[in-house]
Design a protein around this ligand. Structure first.
Ligand SMILES: Cc1ncc(COP(=O)(O)O)c(C=O)c1O
Length: 421
């Protein structure tokens, strides 16, 4: 029998990030020496208090109410209030199996087109497609580190008017590592207010913002229209635990009952032991803060190392300010690459994997035009537990010192440099 499949689903490809990971790991298993800069998974261990809590709660077997464990929802709301000044009520916090699923549920539930800046994370577009939603990409400028500017957003509305529209703002950003300044957020907030935009602020990397200055999110300046999502996958290195959350402002609380019903008819609830295991991260952040900040400092050192090498090699690349990604491009040597048969970022990443053994993602997966020769670099191909032990806290590291800490990253840069000669 030939199954007839929903065409919105049959036209989907496997998520680009997950499939490059499988491919690079397969090549490694076949014995090829691969520098795997394609997949953004935190390499560090989950903080001890979370691991202990998970073990101690392994006997919990009951379903939990769909919105999530009340203590966890309160701890998350309090944490984001104390840390970033947000004012979300605990009853408007949803715990889900990763923020990806919760973003999807909002994209599904809310009417109106989905807007994202270019570049943006690979999964937003396919999520809009599943719902046959109009997906609008807003070009940004490398001069602004690919951060969406208020005028660029405003310009989008000068061409079209919508009853309602949704903007996903991912800050710190995957794939560019950029972080919005307070001024930029205030200006964006004004434009969002003017056009009544519902913002989904994807802050999964908020605690990985580099430097001592605290992260700021758009909810601070546009509280009435911002749904903030985050989770434990990045700063707490627990991607496989599958726990994320979404926080809805009181002004949008009409979303809460239908979202509760949607959750109850789909994933029901997040695994009970995982919810208890995540509690210490937010209830007693002080206990895990040092670990989280050390991981952040290591991400910064790795990002700075790669940035400096990319500039030396002659690539364009904004300096990352958070997360564990960079977005260099080979536009300066476009003609030379063209003469070698490389015309698109997909061809570029394929050649770099086949000929240099460096796994990267093409910029076209992040909504750039096919012929823009950019690549998304993940800076986490190292042994996290070992680097945590060896990282010289409070000491300035030289490029050579960083190359020793991150040998695969250094090797990847050398290979790209040699491949370009
Ligand atoms: C920008 C961005 N948003 C959301 C997610 C999903 O995170 P979660 O593990 O909470 O589903 C990721 C994971 O790679 C991401 O990079």
């Amino acid at each position: 029998m030939q199954p007839i499949i929903n065409s919105q689903i049959s036209s989907l490809k496997e998520s680009a990030t997950l499939s490059i990971n499988q491919h690079a790991l397969k090549l490694r298993n076949e014995g090829r020496d691969i520098c795997h800069l394609g997949f953004g998974e935190s390499p560090f261990p989950v903080p001890d208090p979370m691991q202990v809590a998970l073990r101690e709660n392994s006997h919990r077997k009951q379903y939990i109410t769909g919105k999530g464990l009340p203590e966890l929802r309160k701890a998350v709301a309090d944490f984001f209030h104390n840390k970033f000044g947000y004012n979300y009520a605990a009853e408007n916090v949803f715990i889900g199996p990763g923020s990806k699923e919760l973003i999807f549920q909002h994209v599904y539930l809310l009417e109106g087109p989905l807007m994202v800046p270019t570049p943006s994370w690979v999964s937003y577009g396919p999520q809009a497609n599943i719902r046959s939603k109009l997906f609008i990409t807003i070009p940004t400028d490398i001069k602004n580190g690919y951060r969406l500017q208020a005028e660029e957003l405003d310009e989008t509305f000068s061409r079209q008017k919508f009853l309602q529209s949704i903007l996903i703002l991912n800050n710190p950003n995957n794939p560019s590592g950029s972080v919005h300044s307070s001024d930029e957020l205030q200006d964006l907030a004004e434009v969002c207010r003017k056009h009544g935009v519902i913002v989904i602020s994807d802050e999964i990397y908020a605690l990985t913002k580099f430097g001592s200055q605290s992260f700021e999110g758009i909810a601070k300046y546009y509280p009435e229209g911002t749904i903030t999502t985050s989770g434990i996958s990045k700063a707490f290195s627990a991607g496989g635990w599958r726990l994320g959350f979404a926080m809805i402002p009181n002004e949008l609380s009409e979303i809460v009952p239908p979202l509760s019903a949607f959750v109850s008819e789909t994933f029901s609830c997040v695994s009970a032991p995982v919810q208890y295991g995540s509690l210490p991260a937010f209830e007693n952040y002080e206990n895990v803060r040092k670990h989280v900040e050390l991981c952040r400092d290591i991400h910064e050192a790795a990002g700075e190392f790669l940035h400096q090498r990319f500039i030396e090699i002659g690539l364009n690349c904004p300096k990352p300010q958070g997360a564990f990604y960079l977005l260099p491009d080979f536009e300066n040597i476009k003609e030379k690459l063209k003469s070698q048969g490389v015309q698109t970022s997909v061809e570029l990443t394929k050649r770099l994997l086949d000929e240099a053994g460096v796994a990267l993602l093409p910029a076209s997966d992040f909504y750039f035009p096919d012929d823009f020769l950019g690549v998304r670099v993940a800076s986490v191909d190292y042994n996290g537990a070992q680097v945590l032990r060896e990282f010289p806290v409070n000491k300035q590291l030289t490029q050579e010192g960083k190359a020793k800490l991150f040998p695969k990253l250094a090797e990847a840069c050398d290979r790209i440099e040699t491949w370009l000669k």
